[in-house]
Design a binder for this molecule. Structure first.
Ligand code: F6R
Length: 628
């Protein structure tokens, strides 16, 4: 996930771009750069680290041109060093890119065969090569971009500029967001409204497969074949309440959209980008006070965490509600990757079932608020039994955070909607790191597998951005979905907790009957519920249980259920078996649950919205449950 800004107008582009990048820094901040026209050439200045480093470098530079692009990076391909910072320049072309080019290895190899020389480790640089090559072959900037788009597979939003076209920016996207705003004298195009709002409140949101051509103050839209299309301008007219919600109708929707960022923030501290390894950062086992965490020596603390994990014989995950489903995902991840036995418990059950907590147990408590009474009681019980307790909280300095032996943070930012969304996806990302750390401590994670899993994790925020496009599908489908008698969510393995979460969200937001089931359990009873008034949501990613899940889907279909299936990539079989098939990016089994969450959250949100329910404050519920 990265942030991009382009500017064409009378101001100094550097000022506009850097201001814009500041508002986008939440999208990534491991390096930043600009390419701005000066004396007819793009002058490119890039810096490793936060935007302030780039600002220092820019302080002594002058620019006389009126067009430029900029980027703040969150590294996926290639470590966060200057040579990998954007913009990438090839010949007279510069580009900035947010997303992932999935077929980059093939395209890069082809270009290298033709003699191209790459100067970075990124997937993005090849876009600059492709555009520059098309221009060298006689195309203008517009037609060069139209020619190369079909070659790109994956998630991308891209700005491309070329020195021969000093008033033009080409922008195109598939997945990550792009917005363009224009006033009488200038055009700003960026990943997010925030970078545009200082200049105009009249904007156009680019949809996937749309292309924007900026020439001076003129903007035109095209499809990917280069055919002109018309688009409706959106006037942003925000009330103070809407400003707080950043334009979203509800905090819940805002928080659903924040997930690519919060997932990135959750995993960031625990991943070494250069070596593609996991290294839990400042967990602080045995330190005693959370206030001390910042002062810890990272290397010594990591060694201490590894030693503790190595000695662990049994893991307990304990939490309530949505956090409990995060724990279930953790159970699958930790057990499968580290071969350590894991038990996952609802806190109110755990605390009263007189649990046997053997020596060398690790109890992981999960709580967004860090104050949930049952989870806190479980934490105290576990500590009394002599277990090491690791807390995963969103609220720092909460009771659980203070009382636990080790500490990890969701880093999801404030979650206002009572129904938890971003805290869950952040925790799932964090549990990927914990499971890998446990597997490393146990000698169960070969280096190549670790690198693969880390790469999948790093790509997750970008994939999440493309999955958010299902918002419009559910906004439309909600009026039909709300008339169903009930909803059955099904999944297997690590996807099963997402089925439970989908059903919980539907119950708490839309007050409708919904059940989450392990798909293999259907024939042991719940199949009797299915008829044409029942909507079935089947989580069927391409993993080792896929064939079995499809058999369960066929059973449900044979009973007349209306089926929405959620799977990986193009899948004609699932599409044929379902009333609606939603394709998610093809990712590792460890990441599927994070992506699946988004459609089930959006579905409940829109069904509840169409029923006129109070989305941010569902009846009878509270954000923090500090009583039993
Ligand atoms: C559901 C939801 C609740 C919480 C549960 C635990 O959307 O928000 O089920 O997940 O009350 O809360 P925390 O995580 O604060 O312990």
């Amino acid at each position: 996930m990265c942030g991009i800004v382009g500017y064409c107008g009378p101001e100094n582009p550097v000022d506009v771009i850097v201001q814009g990048l500041k508002t986008l820094e939440y999208r990534g901040y491991d390096s930043a750069g600009v390419a701005v026209l000066n004396q007819g050439k793009f002058k490119r200045i890039r810096a490793e680290g936060k935007l302030s480093h780039l600002e220092q470098k820019l302080a002594n530079e002058t620019f006389d041109g009126h067009l430029g692009v900029g980027h703040t990076r969150w590294a996926t391909h290639g470590p966060p060093v200057e040579k990998n910072a954007h913009p990438h320049a090839v010949g007279s072309t510069s580009i900035v890119h947010n997303g992932i080019i999935e077929n980059y290895a093939t395209l890069k190899a082809e270009l290298i065969d033709e003699g191209a020389v790459f100067t970075s480790d990124t997937d993005s640089e090849l876009i600059a090569h492709l555009v520059d090559k098309a221009i060298a072959g006689g195309k203008d900037l517009f037609h060069a971009v139209i020619e190369i788009i079909p070659k790109l597979e994956g998630a991308y939003s891209v700005l491309a500029v070329n020195e021969a076209y000093p008033e033009e920016i080409m922008a195109f996207k598939s997945g990550p967001p792009l917005v363009v705003g224009r006033n009488d004298k200038e055009v700003v195009v960026a990943s997010d409204l925030a970078a545009i709002m200082p200049y105009t409140n009249k904007v156009f949101f680019l949809q996937d497969e749309e292309v924007l051509h900026v020439i001076g103050t003129k903007i035109e839209f095209f499809d990917q074949k280069g055919q002109k299309i018309s688009k409706k301008e959106t006037v942003i007219d925000w009330s103070p309440e809407l400003i707080e919600k950043q334009g979203y109708d509800h905090f819940m929707l805002k928080e659903i959209y924040e997930q690519p960022r919060s997932v990135a923030m959750a995993m960031n501290p625990h991943i070494d980008l250069e070596s593609k390894t996991v290294r839990l950062n400042k967990v602080g086992f045995g330190v005693g006070h959370v206030e001390e965490l910042e002062r810890l020596d990272s290397a010594a603390d990591w060694q201490n965490t590894l030693n503790i994990f190595k000695s662990v014989k049994r893991v307990f995950m304990v939490a309530c509600g949505t956090s409990y489903y995060a724990g279930m995902v953790g159970e699958y991840l930790i057990e499968q990757l580290s071969r350590t036995p894991v038990e996952c418990d609802i806190a109110s059950e755990f605390r009263y079932r007189h649990p046997v907590i053997p020596e060398n147990s690790l109890v992981i408590v999960i709580s967004q608020s860090g104050e949930t009474a049952d989870t806190l009681a479980a934490l105290r019980l576990a500590r009394e039994a002599g277990a090491q307790v690791l807390s995963i909280c969103n609220v720092k300095n909460s009771s659980m955070d203070r009382e636990a032996d080790g500490h990890l943070y969701m880093n999801a930012g404030v979650e206002v909607g009572v129904a938890s969304t971003k805290a869950l996806s952040s925790t799932m990302a964090l549990l990927n790191c914990v499971a890998m750390a446990m597997a490393k401590a146990k000698g169960q994670l070969p280096e190549d597998q670790e690198a693969e899993l880390v790469e999948s994790l790093l790509a997750t925020p970008s994939h999440m951005e493309s999955v958010l496009a299902y918002d419009s599908f559910f906004a439309e489908a909600a009026s039909t979905l709300k008339d169903f008698r009930g909803f059955l969510y099904m999944g297997r393995g690590v996807n099963y907790p997402v089925a439970l979460e989908g059903a919980l969200k539907m119950k708490e937001l839309a007050y409708m009957h919904a059940e989450g089931y392990a798909a293999g359990e259907m024939k042991h009873g719940p199949l009797a519920l299915i008829d044409e008034s029942m909507a079935i949501i089947m989580l069927a990613p391409s993993d080792e249980l896929y064939d079995k899940t499809v058999s369960n889907l066929e059973e449900a279909k044979a009973r007349g259920g209306k089926i929405i299936s959620i799977g990986s990539g193009k899948n004609e079989k699932l599409a044929a078996l379902s009333d609606h098939y939603l394709a998610l990016p093809e990712v590792s089994w460890t990441i599927n649950p994070i992506l699946e969450l988004i459609p089930v959250q959006l579905m409940s949100y829109h069904v509840a919205h169409s029923l006129g329910k109070d989305i941010d404050q569902p009846r009878n519920l509270a954000k923090s449950v500090t009583v039993e």
